[in-house]
Design a protein around this ligand. Structure first.
Ligand SMILES: [Zn+2]
Length: 336
């Protein structure tokens, strides 16, 4: 470790204490680090002490005469500001390089579709409707399989005697599996969100707090961490690429509205995967219908580059009357 690295640690510790004394509730006292947890240090570039040799795949760090062999993920131009070297729980080393560059903007593709509605699902990961129709994206099979394996490793680890060599081996296997799942899931979520952003100008999603309540016993960990991360990715990518992100209010009944006539099906149960509209006779797939309703919300707005929380209430999104007349006739016949 060089002097600048120590300096950075000093700065971080000072900030931690400063934050703590300013706001004790939000910022806890800094803790000592456990050796087993993720470890890292940050050092700054002075007089070209940090360099990258792209041809030979070497990273030069202060205090090390020889370059460190690294796997480089991309080329970059610009001035290296600092580097953070970290060791993760599964024993791998990573170097994150901060670079000052002239053109940070990513290439923007012209969207083919004006809007899209994204329904987050339990059986399928998402159901999307845009100008070209509806499609479903499955939960990746390899993730489901890896989650199963993770549960097996967790059981194996908890059975081992604490502090033993076998326990350490099991811990490492578990940490590796955790890392694999997190990388694989992030990869999936990044690719899917980027594909949606590339294709559509306006992206409309529902309020997931409501959806989370519906979930309860059906699916757990995958959907849990997946949904909120997915929405976070969609949100910041819409900002990057000049698209519009709309999250509808929790009172918008995207599943209950008939997308064809605007009838609101109050009796729709949580496990109804399909339903038939009593007003117009249209047969609905629950998820497709919901994504179509979200798509309609998006069609109404196509201003560029905003992120907003839509204040949509119980109105039908396509401007149709809230209650069709057949709803009334239905209730009167029930009386008689
Ligand atoms: Zn209908």
């Amino acid at each position: 470790m060089d002097g600048l690295a120590l300096c950075n640690v000093q700065l971080q510790v000072e900030k931690a204490f400063r934050d703590h004394f300013r706001n004790r509730k939000q910022f806890k006292l800094p803790k000592f680090k456990k050796k087993r947890d993720k470890q890292s240090y940050t050092t700054n570039n002075t007089h070209n002490s940090i360099r990258v040799d792209f041809k030979r795949g070497l990273l030069y760090l202060p205090k090390l005469r020889e370059g460190v062999k690294v796997e480089l993920h991309r080329r970059f131009d610009g001035k290296v500001k600092s580097v953070t070297v970290s060791k993760t729980k599964d024993g791998k080393y990573y170097a994150s390089i901060l670079v000052k560059t002239e053109n940070p903007r990513n290439k923007v593709v012209e969207p083919r579709s004006k809007a899209c509605g994204v329904d987050l699902g339990l059986e399928h990961f998402v159901t999307v409707t845009n100008d070209f129709g509806s499609y479903k994206v499955e939960h990746p099979k390899y993730l489901l399989k890896a989650e199963k394996q993770l549960r097996r490793l967790q059981r194996s680890f908890s059975r081992k005697q604490k502090g033993s060599k076998n326990s350490e081996k099991a811990r490492l296997r578990l940490a590796r599996q955790h890392a694999y799942i997190s990388h694989a899931r992030n990869d999936f979520l990044h690719k899917l969100s980027k594909a949606i952003i590339d294709e559509n100008q306006v992206v409309v999603v529902e309020d997931i707090n409501v959806k989370s309540l519906l979930r309860t016993r059906l699916a757990k960990s995958i959907t849990d961490s997946g949904w909120s991360k997915f929405l976070t990715y969609l949100k910041y990518k819409t900002e990057w690429y000049g698209r519009t992100f709309i999250q509808v209010s929790r009172f918008f009944p995207s599943s209950k509205l008939c997308h064809r006539c605007g009838y609101k099906n109050e009796d729709l149960a949580l496990n109804d995967r399909t339903w038939c509209c009593p007003a117009c006779g249209e047969k609905h797939d629950r998820d497709v219908n919901a994504s179509i309703n979200l798509y309609f919300v998006g069609l109404g707005r196509s201003e560029r580059g905003t992120v907003e929380q839509a204040l949509v209430d119980d109105r039908s999104p396509n401007g149709l009357p809230k209650k069709p007349s057949c709803d009334e006739t239905g209730s009167s016949t029930a009386k008689g």
